[in-house]
Ligand binder design. Structure first.
Ligand code: NAP
Length: 501
C-alpha cells in the first residue's frame, strides 16, 4: 500500500475544515522511521491550529496543514541510518504536526519504545501532556518537595499530568477546575486540594496557601493571569503555557472582536515589579523545543520511568474513532472534558476470521455477524464499539452487567443522532473526501443507502470500566452529562447505543 489517510486543514476555520485526504507515502530520509499509527492524542493546540491561531503552525508548516503532535503505533519502516531491528517495534512518538494520519514519519529519536502491555490508546495520551508538564514544572518551575503549587485546569490533559508530577515531586498541589464534576479526577491525579473556579477563586486559593504559591502553572490566560501572579510567594514563579480563555467554548471559531479585546486585556508584567517583589513570569511553547534533542531525551527518560511504574494510570482517556475528529475538537473546546481524548485508526483493528484487518473503529464486524468483541482480541479500537464496554475486555470480561452484543442504531431513529445534535458534522460529511462517503465497514456507500452505524466511543478509566459514572453507578455518555442507568437504556428513551453517524 503506497497511500495513507490524513486530516488536512486547507484554510483555518471551524470543525468543517477537518477534511480527510488520501496521500502518497513520502520516502524516508536519513534517520527517520515510518509509524503505522494506531492512536492519536488530541490536544487543545490542535484546535488552535485548526482555527489558524497557532503561531508555530504558520512558522513551521503553514496552510494547508495536518495537525497532531503525538501518536502511538508500530514502526513499519526504518530509513537510512536507523537500526533495521526497530521495524515492528511498538512505539509512541511526538511529531511537530502531521500526527492526524494513519502513517507518520518522524526522526527515530522522537519514537520511544512502548512496553507491550501499554495499549496504543493510552500511550498516545502521554507524551505531549507529559513533556509540557515536566518542562513547565521541573525545568522552568524548579519544583521541589514541600513547595506549594497551584495548577489551573487540573483535571485536563496537561493539568492532570501537572498534578501527578507535582505529587510525585513531593509538592503540595492545589488544583483549580471549571466544574464540580472534575474535582474527583483532579484529586485522583494527585491534587491535595481542589477548588472549583468561581469568581472568588483567588481568595479561596489564598486561604488554601496563606503564604502564597511557589509555582503557579496557568494555561487559562487572560482571565486568570493577574490573580495567578498576585498569588505568588516571594521567589515564586508563574509559568504560562496557554491562553484558552481567549477563545470561545465550543463555537469552533474565534470572535475577532472578543479576541482583540482579550488581547488588550492581557496583563503586562513589569520587570521592575518582578525584581522588587522577587517573583518571576516564565512562558514556553513545546513545539519550539523539538530541536532540543538533549532535553527531549531527558524528558523521554523520565516519561519511560513513569510508564514503567504506571503512575499515570489515574489519567482518564476517552477513545473516539479517527472519523470523529471534528467531534473530538468540539468536545475539547467545550471545556467539559477530563483527561485526554484519543482517536484510534483502522491500524488498531484486529485480524478478522479471514485474517484480513478489520475496521474495528467502524464496527469491524459486519452487520448481522456477532459484533461482540472477542476476549482474545478486539484491539483498543474495539473499545470504540460501545461505551459500555471496557477496553480491558481483551484481558478479562467486561465488568458491566450490560456485557451483551453491541447493537447498531439507525441515524434517523436514534435520538443521539449526531445529525441533530451537531448539524455541522452532516455538512462536513456530505463531502468527506475524494474517496466519497463510506458505510460502517469502510466500503464506499451509494448515495441514498441507509446509514447505520455501530456505536462509538468509550472512556477508559484506571479501573478498566467507564470512568464517567452517573449517580446510579452506570456509565454516562461522553457526549452528555445525563447518566445511563446501569445495564439499561438511557433514561431519555434513546436506543442506548451512543451517537450514530
Ligand atoms: N505551551 C505548550 O507547549 C503547551 C503544550 C500543550 C498544551 N498547552 C496548553 O495547555 C492547555 C491545556 O491543553 P490540553 O490539551 O491539556 O487541554 P485540556 O486541559 O484537556 O482541556 C482544556 C481545559 O481548559 C479549560 N478551559 C478554560 N477555558 C476554556 C475555554 N475557553 N475553552 C476550552 N477550555 C477551557 C477547561 O478546564 P477547566 O474548566 O476545568 O479549567 C478545559 O477542560 C491549552 O491552553 C493548551 O494550549 C500548551
Amino acid at each position: 500500500m503506497s497511500r495513507f489517510r490524513r486530516i488536512v486543514v486547507r484554510r483555518p476555520g471551524g470543525y468543517e475544515r477537518l477534511e480527510f485526504e488520501d496521500v502518497e507515502r513520502p520516502r524516508l530520509e536519513e534517520g527517520q522511521v515510518r509509524i503505522a499509527v494506531e492512536a492519536i492524542g488530541v490536544n487543545y493546540a490542535d484546535c488552535v491550529t485548526r482555527m489558524g491561531l497557532y503561531a508555530s503552525a504558520r512558522h513551521y508548516v503553514g496552510y494547508p496543514i495536518t495537525p497532531g503532535f503525538e501518536v502511538a503505533g508500530r514502526i513499519v519502516e526504518a530509513g537510512p541510518g536507523v537500526d533495521p531491528g526497530r521495524v515492528g517495534e511498538p512505539v509512541y512518538a511526538v511529531t511537530r504536526f502531521f500526527g492526524y494520519a494513519t502513517e507518520v514519519v518522524v526522526p527515530a529519536h522522537q519514537a520511544f519504545v512502548r512496553p507491550e502491555g501499554l495499549p496504543a490508546a493510552r500511550a498516545a495520551a502521554l507524551p505531549v501532556a507529559f513533556f509540557t508538564a515536566w518542562y513547565g514544572l521541573h525545568v522552568l518551575g524548579g519544583v521541589r518537595a514541600g513547595m506549594s503549587v497551584l495548577v489551573h485546569s487540573a483535571a485536563g490533559g496537561v493539568g492532570g499530568m501537572l498534578a501527578a508530577l507535582g505529587k510525585a515531586a513531593g509538592a503540595r498541589v492545589i488544583g483549580l477546575v471549571g466544574r464540580p464534576e472534575k474535582v474527583e479526577v483532579a484529586r485522583a491525579m494527585g491534587a491535595t486540594k481542589v477548588l472549583v473556579r468561581t469568581k472568588d477563586w483567588a481568595r479561596r486559593a489564598r486561604e488554601a496557601s496563606p503564604r502564597g504559591f511557589d509555582v503557579v502553572l496557568d494555561a487559562t490566560g487572560v482571565d486568570t493571569l493577574r490573580d495567578s501572579y498576585g498569588l505568588l510567594a516571594p521567589m515564586g514563579r508563574l509559568v504560562v503555557y496557554g491562553f484558552h480563555s481567549m477563545l470561545p467554548k465550543g463555537r469552533g471559531r474565534p470572535n475577532p472582536l472578543a479576541l482583540a479585546w482579550k488581547y488588550l486585556r492581557t496583563p503586562r508584567f513589569s520587570p521592575l515589579d518582578m525584581t522588587t517583589t522577587n517573583r518571576s513570569v516564565l512562558a514556553f511553547n513545546l513545539s519550539y523545543l523539538f530541536d532540543a534533542t538533549d532535553l527531549l531525551a531527558e524528558g523521554a527518560a523520565r516519561l519511560g520511568e513513569g510508564v514503567e511504574s504506571g503512575w499515570f494510570a489515574a489519567q482518564p482517556v476517552t477513545v473516539l474513532p479517527f472519523e470523529d475528529v471534528a467531534l473530538a475538537h468540539r468536545r475539547l473546546e467545550s471545556g467539559d472534558t477530563v483527561g485526554k481524548l484519543v482517536l484510534v485508526t483502522e491500524n488498531a483493528g484486529v485480524p478478522s476470521e479471514a485474517g484480513s484487518p478489520t475496521r474495528a473503529h467502524h464496527g469491524g464486524q459486519r452487520r448481522g455477524s456477532a459484533a461482540r468483541i472477542r476476549p482474545a482480541g478486539g484491539g483498543w479500537a474495539g473499545a470504540c464499539l460501545c461505551r459500555r464496554r471496557s477496553p480491558w475486555t481483551m484481558e478479562r470480561p467486561c465488568p458491566e452487567p450490560s456485557n451483551r452484543p453491541i447493537r447498531s442504531c439507525s441515524r434517523r431513529a436514534c435520538p443521539w443522532s449526531r445529525r441533530r445534535r451537531f448539524p455541522y458534522l452532516s455538512r462536513a460529511r456530505s463531502r468527506p473526501s475524494s474517496a466519497g462517503p463510506r458505510d460502517s465497514c469502510g466500503r464506499a456507500r451509494r448515495r441514498g443507502s441507509p446509514r447505520t452505524r455501530w456505536c462509538s466511543p468509550s472512556t477508559i478509566s484506571p479501573g478498566g470500566g467507564s470512568s464517567r459514572r452517573g449517580p446510579s453507578g452506570g456509565p454516562t455518555s461522553p457526549w452528555s452529562s445525563s447518566p445511563t442507568p446501569r445495564g439499561g437504556r438511557p433514561r431519555d428513551g434513546s436506543c442506548g447505543c451512543g451517537p450514530a453517524r
